[in-house]
Ligand binder design. Structure first.
Ligand code: PMP
Length: 287
């Protein structure tokens, strides 16, 4: 259990930290969040995550509750107080506390900010060496999946289905049979002719910060990339597949539903991308 959480300007003991019962995040899921990974005491892609945090707030017309500089300071101070050398920092901003009413409260109601940390051991994760399986499910979310809101119920239901199936992730499928993304990660395949394929940015998916970095790294590795939607059948027929997110890095997928990919072991391209990502996380991407 971490020792401290940050709540609206204060570092509180984690087991006593609380928000008001009329916080709009609690009543309406009226808020946004970010997850930044910490590796060897450094934050990975912090600027990208703060860019997206600002964008999500803007899309929901919630004011930036404090400057980027203060977000950076508070993240580091919370990590320091919690002795977090490897793990994640969770940051959440909601529209604040007001008597329950769907319409926004008065402009002088301040947004509410919470930050927590979670320890993780990235070295000992079997998912990177053995790979994982995913299932496919219908995408039941709203049309603004590009905003990182705390309204994650369809994602939770999907992840629970995956968990019950013994799988790591559920890949969500749109009405036309194309995969959008996982419930908490972006979806990728490597086709038999060795093209790396992932869905292009739009309101249909979250604009993953790891996705962006992996696209850069793939180009540097000389891997041919196609940003386009792909179907479930194409995924079944792929050579390799991956899930990317701040805490998944580039997780190799070795089975989709009941279709085993390749020899059922993490493939060459995925291992190359994962190694490139880990190098990046320890070097250029670290701050
Ligand atoms: N898609 C969804 C739905 C997610 O929740 C996440 C994780 N936040 C991602 C993709 C991956 O985003 P990132 O690489 O920024 O963690």
């Amino acid at each position: 259990m971490p020792r401290f959480a940050y709540v609206n300007g204060q570092y509180r003991r984690h087991n006593e930290a609380a928000v008001h019962i009329e916080d709009r995040g609690y009543q309406f899921a009226d808020g946004i969040y970010e997850v930044v990974t910490v590796m060897n005491n450094k934050l990975i892609d912090e600027e990208g995550h703060l860019d997206r945090l600002e964008r999500s707030l803007k899309e929901l017309q919630i004011a930036m509750p404090m400057s980027r500089q203060v977000f950076k300071m508070v993240s580091r101070e919370l990590a320091r107080r919690n002795g977090l050398d490897n793990g994640l920092i969770y940051m959440q901003v909601t529209r604040g506390v007001a008597p329950r009413n769907h319409a926004f409260p008065a402009a002088n109601v301040p947004p509410a900010v919470v930050m927590t940390t979670k320890r993780m051991n990235f070295n000992k994760m079997k998912k990177f060496t053995e790979g994982v399986s995913v299932i496919t499910i219908p995408d039941q979310r709203w049309e603004r999946r590009d905003i990182k809101t705390v309204a994650l119920l369809p994602n939770c239901l999907g992840k629970q289905k995956a968990t019950e199936a013994g799988s790591y992730e559920a890949w969500q499928v749109d009405g036309d049979g194309y995969i959008t993304e996982g419930t908490s990660s972006n979806a990728w395949i490597l086709s038999k002719d060795k093209k790396l394929i992932t869905r292009p940015l739009s309101n249909d998916i979250l604009h993953g910060i790891t996705r962006r970095t992996v696209l850069q790294l793939a180009a540097e590795e000389g891997i041919e990339v196609e940003e386009r939607a792909f179907t479930v059948d194409e995924a079944y027929d792929a050579l390799e597949a991956y899930a990317t997110s701040a805490t998944s890095f580039v997780t190799p997928i070795v089975r989709i539903d009941d279709k085993v990919l390749g020899n059922g072991k993490p493939g060459h391209f995925g291992q190359k991308l994962l190694a490139a990502y880990t190098d990046y996380a320890e070097g250029a991407g670290a701050s």
